[in-house]
Design a protein around this ligand. Structure first.
Ligand code: GLN
Ligand code: ZN
Length: 758
């Protein structure tokens, strides 16, 4: 059986691409050197796959920033403002990806969005009314030739026309319809060029097919491919999908003239059923996505081989494939020197997944693979008990009752009570938690980690920072204060390290966007809290002021979404375990005199299922209660806040209100304020702090500007419900602009207040 990889991580085993690019941005190396590094990396990545015995290796899965942006540039979807800079092709590309400020002009970057249900972000291509979509680049073929010169046959991979049209933003009066013909012509050209280069397979990625499709969408998809596919003669086309199943378009898909169809059997809950009930044509090759591209656990060979057997019995020509690009997992286990084999034997990162593909493809053709040592070794991982259970946690979980998910009395009563008892003024001002992390703050943390300073020294330094931060917040007149989060690097890492059940890697980086990578913790076992985590810091900070100090925690959904989750228990169970641990911390904060507690759910929307029909049953029905579980035990007068890093929750407003927080802050300054209308339309009960300025930019908003923003908000939100705060945490900002902005925010609030009282 042959094997295929949809895409391979491009950032390098030790993030070489990231570092080369950053040096290029700082003009420490020139373009030639950057290109050379990139070429070396591609070579390594192809050879690694070749050596592992992979049959279908991708090219053009490499990218300096994002492959959707690559496709946009390939098709001349480059807005005028970037073309006008008259930079080199590569620098034009970077100007779209990250903005440009220099002698040639000043433009912001294109928007960035989350790539389906992953933590990877793509750049949103912009089509203007006068954009001429046409093939105008060579990247896929240059990379193909480069691999060929190394003796490696590859399949170029390009974002498919349907997905591209669906993900583009149309900035003028024209819509996708107006560009469909041009897109069709461009893809015909792509196929023609592949024919000329005698390429045997072209992979077109169409993940949009796993989302809900309307009849119009299906017609568009069909129309596009009916036009394009007749162009091919020798070059075969693989239509690749991932992140779900293609239930809305399966019949159309198998009746079109594709040579190969890639389906995801893991996230695609209905994939096997579709094949079983509707069949699969014998003249096409099925690229069966059975080795998970999204998680780090080893493949369960029994399950994979069982499915491969079913396909074989149906006489379906099958190539064994990853379920999605391996971009979403770290590169290799080789660099993990600290984790014991007891743990790592359960993991497969990208390189190890190549071996799994190969091994599985060999086992699949063996009569009695059940006795093969490779198979037996693999099965031992699943049959032997992993040391991951904590009976205390099991007991606690079993004892949760419905009432634990309900906070009493009901929110409207609490809100009235809190206003009085907590003496919260009208238009209360606050911040989201973190304050700028200066070099000294980071150096202090890092010195402590390396044991270069003692715990006492570490804490003394942070306490000084906290004291200064609190004093300054008092000085400028903020109402609800924070301690500044100087002890935290990444919030999920911070809580993960303090909780039982998590494992941490050294070099297991995953690309999040462009040159930015994250190192998600691994949830290995049952999660519980060993001892209080944040209480000392919060109590210390509270001791410095008569104003309220907000306790600052991260919520269970976010902790889970930004980790590699377990697969031996359900997400629901994992989230609930984490919720219980955070609940302990909430109650301890309360017991120690903290009356306002914020539980951040920055990533709540991230794992919302791609299909609307799954939103509730597969996610919200347990994610929202898990949040409630964290705070249902507090007194009516303890005020619970939450924070989200976006305002794109218009479609799930009732669920957000169901979290039953007393106050929610969220990002609003960069988005239009339609969310506020939607809140009103839904009788949103939670008090709200829609960020009044954008913390993602160093720009300082003026007092007048802020007054205008607040006034607009007041047209939509009752004055009793409005909080005044920035968009998000201030961690990544500089101190001067942070101070100036907050001073203006407080001044603007005062003007608003005066206007109301006079
Ligand atoms: N409390 C966190 C902070 O201020 C929230 C960060 C986030 O939402 N990403 O940094
Ligand atoms: Zn945020």
């Amino acid at each position: 059986m042959q094997t295929s990889v949809i895409g391979f991580p491009r950032i390098g085993t030790l993030r070489e691409l990231k570092f080369a690019e950053e040096r290029y941005f700082k003009q420490e190396i020139d373009q030639a050197e950057l290109l050379e590094t990139a070429k070396e990396l591609r070579k390594t990545h192809w050879q690694t796959q070749k050596n592992a015995g992979i049959d279908f290796i991708s090219c053009n899965d490499f990218s300096f920033y994002d492959t959707l942006l690559d496709t946009a540039q390939l098709l001349n979807i480059v807005p005028k403002r970037y073309k006008d800079l008259k930079l080199s092709e590569l620098d034009t590309y970077f100007s779209m990806a990250r903005g440009y400020q220099g002698t040639s002009g000043d433009v912001k970057a294109l928007a960035m969005k989350k790539w389906f249900n992953t933590n990877y972000h793509y750049i949103v291509p912009e089509v203007e009314d006068d954009t001429t979509i046409e093939l105008s680049g060579y990247k896929p073929w240059e990379e193909y030739a480069e691999a060929k010169a190394l003796g490696i046959e590859t399949k170029p991979v390009i974002a498919g026309p349907y997905t591209l049209l669906k993900l583009c933003r149309f900035t003028g009066s024209k819509t996708a319809k107006d560009f469909t013909d041009a897109v069709i012509s461009a893809y015909k050209e792509i196929i023609k060029r592949c024919e000329e280069e005698q390429i045997s397979w072209l992979q077109l990625d169409e993940p949009m097919l796993v989302c809900d499709m309307t009849n119009e969408d299906i017609a568009l998809f069909k129309n596009i491919y009916e036009e394009i596919l007749p162009c091919k003669t020798n070059c075969r086309v693989l239509l690749q999908t991932y992140f779900g199943d293609v239930r809305d378009v399966y019949e159309e898909l198998i009746s079109l003239d594709f040579d190969g169809i890639g389906l995801d059997f893991l996230e695609g809950k209905e994939t096997l059923q579709l094949i079983e009930t509707k069949g699969f044509p014998t003249d096409k090759i099925l690229f069966a996505g059975l080795v998970k591209g999204k998680n780090i656990w080893k493949n369960d060979y029994a399950n994979t081989l069982r499915i491969l057997k079913i396909l074989e019995q149906k006489h379906i020509k099958t190539v064994l494939s990853t379920s999605c690009s391996l971009l979403h997992v770290p590169y290799t286990l080789k660099h993990e020197t600290k984790l014991s084999k007891q743990y790592t034997s359960h993991f497969a990162f990208a390189e190890e997944k190549l071996l799994e593909l190969k091994e599985l493809s060999q086992l699949a053709t063996q009569e009695n693979y059940e006795t093969n040592p490779a198979y037996l070794d693999n099965q031992r991982l699943f049959t032997q008990k992993r040391d991951c259970e904590n009976s205390e946690v099991t007991k606690r979980l079993a004892n949760i009752s419905e009432t634990d998910f309900t906070r009493l009395p009901k929110r409207t009563e609490r809100q009235a009570l809190q206003k009085k008892v907590l003496e919260i003024p009208d238009f209360p001002t606050t911040t989201i938690g973190s304050f700028p992390q200066t070099k000294e703050v980071k150096a202090n943390r890092s010195a402590y980690r390396k044991q270069a300073i003692s715990k006492e020294e570490y804490e003394a330094f942070n306490k000084e920072r906290i004291a200064a931060c609190v004093a300054w917040q008092e000085e400028i007149g903020l109402d609800v204060l924070v301690h500044g989060e100087y002890e935290r690097n990444d919030m999920v890492e911070y809580f993960g390290e303090a909780l039982d059940g998590f494992l941490f890697t050294e070099k297991a980086w995953v690309q999040s966007y462009g040159t930015r990578c994250v190192k998600p913790p691994i949830i290995w076992g049952d999660v519980s809290r060993k001892k209080p985590i944040t209480v000392d810091w919060s109590v210390y900070a509270q001791s410095l002021t008569k104003k309220h100090m907000k306790g600052m925690l991260t919520g269970p959904v976010t902790i889970l979404n930004w980790s590699f989750p377990r697969e031996d228990i359900s997400i629901r169970e994992s989230i609930t375990q984490i919720a219980l641990a955070i609940r302990d911390e909430v109650l301890d904060l309360e017991k120690n005199g903290i009356q306002i507690i914020q539980i951040d759910e920055a990533a709540l929307r991230e794992k919302l299922p791609l299909r609307k029909s799954d939103w509730h049953s597969q996610y919200l029905d347990f994610a929202i209660p898990a949040f409630r579980l964290t705070h249902s035990g507090v007194k009516p007068t303890t005020q619970i806040h939450t924070h989200m890093c976006y305002s794109e929750f218009t479609d799930i407003i009732p669920s957000i209100d169901d979290m039953d927080a007393d106050v929610i802050t969220f990002e609003a300054s960069r988005s239009d304020l339609l969310i506020l209308d939607a809140l009103r339309a839904n009788d949103f009960e939670t008090e709200v702090g829609p960020g009044v300025y954008d913390i993602h930019s160093p720009r300082v908003p003026s007092v007048e500007e802020l007054v205008t923003v607040i006034k607009t908000m007041l047209q939509k939100i009752p004055k009793e419900k409005l909080w005044i705060n920035p968009d998000c945490g201030l961690k990544t900002r500089g101190l001067p602009e942070t101070k100036a902005s907050l001073i203006n925010m407080v001044k603007a609030t005062k003007l608003i207040k005066d206007a109301y009282t006079s």
